[in-house]
Write a protein that binds this ligand. Structure first.
Ligand code: ZN
Length: 629
């Protein structure tokens, strides 16, 4: 067997308005200077030597003694790597030492772990280890020359990060990583996705899961009485107290808005109250929407729930399955066949790509010799899961899929079937309206809603917030439906229906959320702060032979309402030759879905070919993206 090696191609995307004086060094006080770039570099002088915080992003320093890192994220550490590689001592958070020093472990496991991933932790992990000289914990003091640098544990934006505080030139400086950005902003929300142990919420369900830690860390920062904060990215903060308090207020507003119409409240009511208490102080601060006005005990007889699949049974005994995520479901279907209740399957409709809905579709199709259907927007991710980096991804491809256009109808037995693109729980999601002769109508909406609201608890599922996309789009569709249908979620036995005011209420809450997030993020458009994959390499992984040419695309979803120039800079590993320089290319629209016209500047940049000159390689491609002022 050939040895598989992993290599990484990463890209750096310079986006949005540049920093006017990128790379320039500015004096903050006689001994402290700041190099503002896409990551800040802070240089503190003493006795002819230099202490560096974050790094030297523009390569300004001839020498330095130490570089202090607050966090192991790849999109920060690059700024200090040049110094460490030249022999400068590195100081890193003890809680993250493996993410500096043992990154190979992460990546070799990632080939497997990228599938069925319910932890949803950042993949902004270094691709090469960094030499670690010293690790620090909260409470430690780093004595350097005449200065004492105090270390504070400040988890939140990431797990295990630290902040540093030092008194110099009569001012107290705080270096706080990405805990805050400028005047009360946060760089993004998806980095906060995490499990919440005391609420028994796992990573996949933990929308902004570290928000409680982040708020605590922000309060701890203020207790240090800093005069000035210099985050890892973004502007210097001259009024720490008002900036931090503003950020806390915005975070709480966003979280309360999120909880109030969330699907998880139906599954985990008590746990959701714990979540609310942790971040907001009280569950009473959430305006919980009452559950759907209609909730029935059971679906009609012709709908048979089998775990998280639903079997539609025709009068003549033939069946149509919705989703197939486990062998146990196939076994249950075989039992129905043996018992004479089911004569066979005429097909399987797939609502979305998550493994618990797709893992056994291929096996089912083989066993029953039936076609598999999905909406068109879902087809590519089902056929090529390896090309995507998404939560709960199946490793099993589904071949010979029949994809259906938005609104496409099909007659099956005594049923009219209509397939829709339905970007609810994820961007890649469909739904099937089933109308039975005689009037019963069931809308199989996958995992998109429960009676308590919307299933958007995993930020990495890409629930976009443009009018006419994501849940806005789903709510519009539900508002236009005839009012006598019932919704069926694949994990909820009870069919349900929201009233028109409830649907309108959810749309209003989403509109409000868009405004809150626009204030929270420093971006010109809030979707950048919730869409980790707005810039991505496609396909995510490819297998290639030595000497073979490889084409990689960079897909950029320009969320802004106006045109941007994105410069894409590839980071090609050793042994790879770049056939031509990467630069901005003509852009096509790449947004998927029935409402592309709503997104004026969704577009795609094509990256040129790489020559692969090594052995067989399996390439999980990682992005090191996003430089933003
Ligand atoms: Zn799902």
């Amino acid at each position: 067997m050939m040895l598989k090696k992993i290599v990484f191609v990463s890209i750096v995307i310079f986006a949005l308005a540049g920093i006017s004086s990128a790379g320039e060094v500015q004096e903050l006080s006689p001994r402290v200077s700041l190099c503002r770039d896409s990551v800040n570099g802070v240089f503190i002088e003493s006795q002819g030597q230099v202490l560096v915080i974050y790094g030297d992003p523009a390569g300004k320093l001839d020498k330095a003694e130490k570089v202090l890192f607050t966090d192991s994220r790849r999109d920060l550490v690059w700024a200090g790597r040049n110094l460490v590689d030249k022999g400068v001592e590195s100081v890193v958070p003890a809680n993250q030492v493996d993410k500096f020093a043992k990154v190979d472990d992460f990546w070799s496991a990632f080939v497997r772990n990228r599938y069925h991933d319910y932890d949803q932790q950042t993949t902004k992990i270094l691709t090469e280890p960094l030499n670690v000289s010293r690790t620090v914990h909260g409470g430690d003091v780093i004595e350097w020359k005449d200065l004492s640098v105090r270390v504070l544990d400040t988890p939140g934006y990431s797990r295990g990060s630290v902040s540093y505080f030092v008194d110099v030139d009569g001012r107290r400086y705080g270096f706080v990583g990405d805990l805050i950005y400028g005047d009360g902003h946060l760089f993004d929300l998806y980095s906060l996705q995490d499990a919440v142990a005391d609420a028994q919420i796992r990573g996949y369900h933990g929308y902004a899961g570290r928000i409680g830690d982040l708020i605590s860390s922000l309060r701890e920062i203020l207790k240090q009485n800093p005069d000035i904060l210099i985050p890892a990215r973004g502007p210097v903060i001259e009024r720490p107290e008002s900036a931090v308090n503003l950020l806390i207020k915005r975070l709480q507003a966003a979280y309360s808005n999120y909880l109030s119409i969330n699907a998880g409240h139906w599954y985990f009511k008590d746990r959701y109250e714990t979540l609310a208490k942790r971040a907001l102080g009280s569950a009473a601060d959430v305006d919980w929407m009452p559950y759907a006005t209609v909730v029935q005990k059971r679906p009609p007889d012709w709908v048979i729930p089998i775990r998280n699949s639903r079997l539609l049974l025709s009068k003549d005994g033939s069946g149509l399955l919705v989703d197939c995520g486990s062998s146990a479901i196939i076994a249950e279907i075989m039992k129905l066949v043996k018992a004479g209740r089911l004569s066979g399957l005429d097909g399987v409709y797939i609502t979305h790509y998550h493994d618990d809905h797709t893992d056994k579709v291929a096996e089912l199709v083989r066993q029953f010799q039936c076609p598999a259907y999905s909406c068109r927007e879902l087809a590519d991710v089902l056929e090529h899961p390896e090309a995507y980096r998404l939560p709960a991804m199946t490793a099993n491809r589904i071949a010979n899929l029949t994809s259906l256009a938005h609104g496409q109808k099909k007659r099956w037995k005594e049923f009219d079937l209509t397939s829709y693109y339905f970007p609810g729980q994820t961007l890649y999601h469909g739904a099937l309206l089933v109308e039975r002769d005689g009037g019963q109508k069931i809308f199989f909406i996958g995992d998109s809603f429960t009676p308590s609201g919307m299933d958007d608890y995993c930020l990495l599922n890409r629930n976009l917030l443009h009018k006419g996309t994501g849940y806005f789009y789903c709510l519009d569709l539900l508002l236009k439906m005839p009012q006598d249908y019932l919704l069926v979620n694949q994990h909820v036995v009870e069919p349900f229906r929201f009233s028109k005011p409830q649907l309108e209420h959810m749309a209003e809450v989403l509109t409000k959320r868009t405004e809150i997030l626009a204030d929270l993020f420093p971006w010109d458009e809030p979707n950048y702060g919730i869409d980790e994959r707005w810039a991505r390499i496609h396909p995510y992984s490819q297998k290639v032979k030595a000497g073979q040419e490889l084409e990689i695309k960079v897909k950029i979803l320009n969320h802004s309402s106006y045109s941007h120039v994105f410069t894409v800079k590839p980071n090609v590993p050793e042994g790879f030759g770049l056939e031509s320089k990467f630069r901005l290319f003509r852009l096509d629209r790449t947004y998927i879905g029935g409402q592309t016209s709503q997104l004026k500047f969704a577009r795609q940049a094509l990256i040129k070919t790489l020559n692969v000159v090594d052995k067989w390689r399996h390439i999980p491609i990682s992005e090191k993206y996003l430089h933003h002022s």
